[in-house]
Ligand binder design. Structure first.
Ligand code: DON
Length: 311
């Protein structure tokens, strides 16, 4: 393989020339102000080396990428009992769809659509306060992202809550079906604040290491979660991590990934690398247009794929 830094630099250069960058998310007003010209990538490998380019240290709203970490915590808390309340199938619908929820009696298809992540937030609340549960999520991210400055962007959280009527509808609907133990407003407080956590590509790539190394924070790093949980989270990232673009991402990139409407993607090459990539412009299904393209180029240039024996 050519030198990884050369590959990453070439990808950043190619992305900087791109004219078609998609459109930044506008339904959360605070996200509409983000400069669409930004692009960053960070690749952390098993030796602990970091290969970075572009705006890799600029913080952005991780949005639905947070769902990877909240799912991990929920599985640690309640184990397989979680699957009585959330499914494990791709939805094939937009991430904020309510139609499927009615058909399926308040049981969300998977933990990465909004409804599923709201149930996960309800599990993490466990009768406590949204602030205490949020503290648990932020503490985990500071530890595995190796940066004590990782925090919620208060302006984004406020903006999301003020414009969260649709999520309130999803939560209230699930409450009506008995699939929410806390009040919708409490589950949404935690959910929206977790989505509003800001991280850089480098912090995200570091935070994802436990998924690349069987639950360890790097090949010789401390245990973050069990190898079984890491494997299961990866499988859901691959099948459901890009909403109704999940099949396309699996086909064109070929590794587990989770996107957010802030334009970030966390991608995992098991045993090899954890990757954070970000560009704010989104494609039609709400995934970052350039981060997806960059990961496709990276997979093509390195041969990394969970479907290949040559990784
Ligand atoms: O609930 C929302 O709409 C956002 N906080 C999260 C959405 C998101 O990132 C879905 N992503 N692609």
């Amino acid at each position: 393989m050519t030198d990884l830094q050369e590959i990453v630099d070439a990808i950043a250069a190619s992305c900087s020339r791109e004219v078609d960058r998609g459109a930044v998310a506008r339904y959360i007003p605070q996200l509409a102000h983000v400069d669409p010209m930004q692009f960053g990538i960070a690749v952390v490998t098993g030796t602990g080396e970091e290969f970075v380019a572009g705006d890799c240290d600029v913080g952005f709203s991780i949005q639905s990428v947070s769902k990877v970490f909240t799912l991990t915590l929920a599985l640690q808390k309640v184990g397989d009992a979680l699957w009585d309340r959330v499914g494990r199938e791709p939805s094939g619908d937009p991430f904020n769809s309510i139609v499927q929820l009615e058909h399926e009696a308040g049981l969300p298809r998977n933990p990465f659509i909004n409804a599923g992540a709201i149930v996960i937030a309800d599990v993490l609340l466990a009768g406590g306060t949204p602030a205490a549960a949020l503290d648990e999520v932020v503490t985990l991210l500071r530890q595995i992202g190796e940066d004590s400055s990782i925090a919620v962007d208060g302006a984004v959280a406020k903006s999301e809550i003020a414009h969260g009527a649709r999520n309130m509808a999803l939560a209230s609907f699930m409450k009506a079906y008995g699939n929410l133990k806390n009040e919708p407003v409490e589950a949404l407080q935690l959910y929206s604040n977790a989505c509003a956590i800001a991280m850089s590509c480098r912090q995200l790539a570091r935070a994802g290491r436990y998924l690349a190394w069987d639950g360890h924070n790097g090949p010789k790093g401390p245990v973050v979660t069990s190898s079984e949980t890491a494997r299961r989270v990866n499988s859901l990232m691959l099948t459901c991590g890009h909403y109704d673009g999940s099949g396309e991402f699996a086909y064109s990139v070929g590794i587990p990934g989770k996107s957010g409407v802030g334009g970030g993607i966390l991608a995992i090459v098991p045993g090899i690398a954890s990757i954070g990539c970000w560009s704010p412009g989104l494609n039609a299904v709400g995934n970052s247009m350039l981060a997806t393209k960059a990961l496709e180029l990276l997979a093509a240039r390195t041969g990394w794929s969970v479907f290949s024996g040559q990784s």
